[in-house]
Design a protein around this ligand. Structure first.
Ligand code: G6P
Length: 361
């Protein structure tokens, strides 16, 4: 039953556990047997795109950040921009801009406002959305549906994973058709690992230590999440999820920023979750700086990564293409937030003061 909680205590837990299926649906028919991204049924000429603006709010903004990192790795100029800042921070989009609205609901006022602004100056527009025939889907030149199924929990989980995968596939489609783009490193491995991602998520769900770890990390002063590149978007999303449902103070930022301010807050009562699913020697150094000040370090990384030797605790992810390992790190952090929030007896599916979709600017 798509609309009930089924065997789960909360919609959020159900939605976390539905990710193998929702990701399967996101990917279905979009990567062919030769490990190529198909044309995604997008009837837009992307060959001459000079720059991509990925725009969203909250969790969708973090998916946009994730997508922009991948596009940049393919030498496609791309920026993730907070929809609420689009009018003040972007100027007139250059000619040949592709604007991608990233919005689960397709109804977020800030995102729609930015979409209209970009359309008005002639940008090509796509809506990466979950809701068929939503306003964003109708107003963009083309919708790209993530097919994650209904998401009831206010804190977005499965839709982040599906948006990130959709944007990864879009990036590889652009990289293939765009004349100035290059392919991401190990593109073959990326696409075959994407196909294996649903079962890898399933294995994380069966084996995660997040519930036990949550019990050891309650009642702290603040929670920091750090990462680099793709891991930075995952760290930001991890912190957002954590604050949304636990009501505890959490911050996510680029690992290298720790020493430029947040370190002043670091004590033995501020756990640091270090996302290390990618090239991240610098994150190890940054995590050690926090550890020296007494902070417990939790590595979210493949078991063989050297950060595990330093860390006080570990949430394991398989060693796959960085896109996939980082998305699996995010699943571990979803579980961590969920179990901390249940220990604290929070209103998991309907956190105070928050709405699933914000239709005012
Ligand atoms: C609200 C929700 C967030 C969500 C954001 C964007 O703030 O509480 O969970 O990420 O809106 O929503 P959208 O539907 O545009 O993805």
């Amino acid at each position: 039953d798509e609309t009930g909680k089924g065997q789960y205590d909360h919609f959020m837990l159900k939605e976390i556990h539905t990710q193998p299926t929702s990701l399967q649906k996101t990917i279905e028919g979009r990567i062919d047997a030769d490990e190529h991204v198909t044309d995604l049924d997008v009837d837009l000429d992307l060959t001459d795109i000079d720059t991509v603006h990925l725009v969203g709010c909250g969790t969708s903004y973090h998916a946009a950040l994730f997508g922009s990192s991948i596009l940049n790795r393919c030498d496609v100029s791309a920026r993730a921009i907070r929809a609420s800042e689009y009018d003040v921070n972007t100027g007139t989009p250059p000619e040949n801009t592709l604007f991608v609205a990233v919005t689960q609901s397709g109804e977020t006022a800030d995102t729609l406002q930015a979409l209209r602004q970009a359309s008005d100056v002639g940008a090509s527009t796509l809506a990466v959305t979950n809701v068929v025939q939503s306003t964003a889907a109708r107003e963009a030149d083309e919708p790209l549906y993530i097919r994650a199924g209904p998401e009831i929990g206010v804190a977005a989980t499965k839709t982040f994973s599906s948006q990130a995968v959709m944007l990864t596939m879009l990036s590889q489609h652009i990289a293939r058709v765009n004349e100035t783009a290059t392919r991401v490193n190990n593109v073959g491995q990326l696409l075959s690992d994407l196909r294996a991602l649903p079962s890898a998520v399933d294995r994380i769900l069966q084996s995660s230590d997040a519930a036990g770890l949550a019990q050891e990390h309650l009642d702290k002063n603040a929670y920091f999440f750090i990462g680099r590149g793709l891991g930075c978007s995952v760290a930001k999303e991890g912190a957002l999820k954590f604050k949304e449902i636990t009501y505890e103070h959490a911050e996510g930022f680029a690992s290298g920023e720790l020493k430029h301010g947040p370190l002043a807050l670091v004590t033995e009562r501020t756990p640091v979750f270090a996302v290390c699913a990618d090239d991240c020697d610098k994150t190890v150094t940054n995590a050690k700086e926090a550890q020296t000040r007494g902070a417990p370090i939790v590595a979210v990384s493949p078991p063989s990564h050297k950060i595990v030797d330093t860390a006080d605790a570990h949430l394991s992810v398989p060693d796959m293409h960085p896109v996939c390992s980082n998305l699996l790190a995010n699943v571990q952090l979803q579980l961590l937030s969920y179990y901390c929030a249940t220990e604290l007896d929070r209103a998991i599916d309907k956190p105070r003061n928050l709405a699933k979709s914000v239709t005012v600017e």
